[in-house]
Design a protein around this ligand. Structure first.
Ligand SMILES: Cc1cc2nc3c(=O)[nH]c(=O)nc-3n(C[C@H](O)[C@H](O)[C@H](O)COP(=O)(O)OP(=O)(O)OC[C@H]3O[C@@H](n4cnc5c(N)ncnc54)[C@H](O)[C@@H]3O)c2cc1C
Length: 94
């Protein structure tokens, strides 16, 4: 089975197929991992899917709870009030 694209959909499908004894091949047109990133929020039904796929513990271990969130313009000037200045303890995943 050939899966085109190593995004969340392609990789999730590949994992689910492997867990069912199949050997999918994932092809990706991008030459490498992106060197930038963005906050990724996991909302319903993401946590349920992560539990069922058996990756929720790994996600919990890798997660980062931001202490500050500041919007800045291209010159670094602040454009919004800070959020998360005194964050509550991280909620459980799901
Ligand atoms: C700035 C930003 C923030 C976001 N934040 C969130 C968030 O917090 N929570 C959330 O749930 N969603 C978020 N999203 C949405 C989320 O990123 C998408 O819904 C999700 O990535 C879609 O996954 P996908 O696997 O379907 O597609 P993609 O992530 O687009 O993956 C498709 C992959 O297929 C590859 N590909 C395409 N065509 C071919 C081809 N012909 N051959 C080989 N490879 C190919 C592409 O290079 C790509 O790697 C965000 C999106 C953006 C832009």
């Amino acid at each position: 089975m050939l899966i085109s694209g190593a995004g969340i959909a392609g990789l999730s499908l590949a994992l689910l197929l492997r867990q069912r004894g199949m050997t999918p091949v994932v092809v990706e047109r991008s030459p490498g991992l992106r060197d930038g990133g963005y906050v990724l929020g996991l909302a319903d039904p993401g946590p349920d899917a992560a539990e069922r796929m058996g990756v929720a513990d790994a996600l919990r271990a890798a997660r980062h709870v931001p202490r500050r969130l500041v919007h800045v313009d291209k010159d670094g000037r602040r454009r919004s009030p800070e959020a998360c200045a005194d964050p509550a303890p991280p909620p459980p995943l799901g």
